[in-house]
Design a protein around this ligand. Structure first.
Ligand code: ARG
Length: 463
């Protein structure tokens, strides 16, 4: 419902209301209503401060507080009528407050502006999402630790170039992702700490002549301190970009893992079986069980990168301080946050439910001459050969095995001696995959004993 009168919030100098198209491009209420509770929280803190500093009477502040709670319950109860003519969440709330409590509502905006108000609301919203991301990452890490602990000694092929390289353990592979998501967790915590300064009271851009107490509102809203420069406070969106950057890096990790799960669950690999709960069927091919969750995680990542790039583009040309361009910050962050949280939850669910196919993993671990490095290491260790020479000798044995269409352990001692006369029967001990992984006891290596040390370390960290 478009009122063709001028806007009651700012229309004093206007004779006519906005064109319908102006209203459509200007309004943010369609999306910024997601910040309703943050807006009301910020207003309550501001009103309490205005009363404490004697800028508002206690009775006005009481009326505002009660009225804001009524507005909040209307919004939460779904009875609130959002109006496009009132542009955004800030003016929708204030206008309804006026209907409920009358004149004192008009005093709430003393010593503040929508510029510091929106920055405050958005920061509170993003801060909650950092907290949700932290919880999501911890849950995902715990799911990975469960897999790693169960499969600390299950052998599988390790790859480089997606070509079989050396045998590793299932637990070791799971723990690689624990390290990645662990760094993401620390990035989330860093960014949350960095952003936790209150813009409230920066007002339009220059601060205010009212004797406000910005430390009081900062504390009431759980911020560590008020931001120190009012121009910066109203025009900074670094916190949202930090959020999207951290989201982007986490999403990259999620996407790599999702890609592995797509490959691993294929009939060609059969490394894992995803649970029915996290797979879908085909409407035409009855035999199919598709890794849709993994594929969608991989795709959600594109939306997150889009948001990150999009907000960078919105911000990069803006002179100080606030410009309306900045209203375009929210939808992208909302969408990225939803995508991120959902992708993490889906990954956690898949990881918890999936079953490693130990036989397939083991079979694949031994193929592709995966213990060639162990053979070369044996030549160095036992025969004292320089590694380069050992590499060469091993290479000729790999070529021999390939020509005989067999694996390295299937070669005879005579075959071995044809490459180097001093090779003994002992060499066959190091060609088994279990032996190979057990021997990789260097710190952070794939040996089950090392994997268990790292699982325990992470359990302690998360305690
Ligand atoms: N809806 C606006 C936004 O999201 C609120 C701030 C409006 N400020 C202004 N000076 N017009 O950015």
């Amino acid at each position: 419902m478009t009122k063709k009168t001028s806007n009651t919030m700012w229309g004093g100098r206007f004779a006519a209301g906005p064109d319908a198209i102006m209203e459509a491009i200007n309004a943010s209420i369609g999306f910024d209503q997601r910040m309703a509770s943050q807006d009301i929280e910020g207003s309550r803190a501001h009103a309490a401060m205005l009363a404490a500093t004697g800028i508002l009477t206690d009775s006005d502040a009481d009326a505002i507080r009660e009225g804001l709670l009524t507005v909040l319950s209307e919004i939460e109860g779904g009875t609130f009528q959002f109006s496009t003519a009132l542009e955004d969440i800030h003016m929708n709330v204030e206008s309804r407050l006026k209907e409920i409590i009358g004149e004192p509502a008009g005093r709430l905006h003393t010593g503040r502006s929508r510029n510091d108000q929106v920055a405050t609301d958005f920061k509170l919203w993003v801060r909650d999402q950092f907290d949700a991301a932290e919880a999501g990452l911890i849950a995902l890490i715990q799911a990975l630790l469960g897999q790693a602990e169960a499969g600390a000694d299950w052998v599988m092929p390790g790859f480089t170039h997606l070509q079989t390289a050396q045998p590793v353990t299932w637990g070791h592979h799971m723990m690689a992702y624990v390290e990645m998501f662990g760094r993401d967790l620390s990035r989330v915590r860093d960014a949350r700490k960095r952003m936790n300064e209150s813009p409230l009271g920066a007002a339009a851009l220059a601060g205010t002549s009212f004797p406000i107490d910005r430390h009081m509102t900062a504390e009431a809203l759980g911020f560590d301190r008020p931001s120190a420069n009012s121009l910066d406070a109203v025009s900074d969106r670094d916190f949202a970009l930090d959020f999207l950057s951290v989201a982007s890096i986490t999403a990259m990790h999620l996407s790599r893992f999702a890609e592995e799960l797509v490959i691993w669950s294929s009939a060609q690999f059969r490394f894992v079986t995803l649970s029915d709960r996290f797979s879908t069927g085909s409407s035409i091919m009855p035999q199919k069980k598709n890794p849709d969750a993994a594929e969608l995680i991989r795709a959600k990542v594109g939306r997150i990168y889009g948001a990150n790039t999009g907000l960078m583009m919105v911000m990069k040309g803006l002179p100080l301080a606030y410009s309306k361009d900045m209203q375009e910050d929210k939808e992208q962050v909302f969408d990225a946050a939803d995508s991120w949280m959902l992708a993490m939850a889906a990954m956690e669910g898949m990881v918890k439910d999936m079953t490693a196919n130990r036989d397939s993993l083991k079979g694949a671990a031994g193929s592709g001459f995966s213990t060639a490095t162990d053979l070369a290491d044996w030549l160095v260790r036992v025969l004292g050969m320089p590694f380069r020479d050992a590499h060469h000798v091993t290479g000729t044995l790999v070529a021999l095995a390939e020509s005989k269409d067999c694996d390295l352990p299937d070669l005879t001692l005579e075959d071995m001696k044809s490459a180097h006369e001093h090779i003994t029967n002992e060499v066959f001990d190091v060609l088994g995959v279990q032996n190979s992984v057990d021997s990789r006891m260097s710190y952070g290596g794939t040996a089950p004993a090392q994997v268990r040390i790292q699982v325990q370390r992470w359990k302690d960290i998360l305690k």
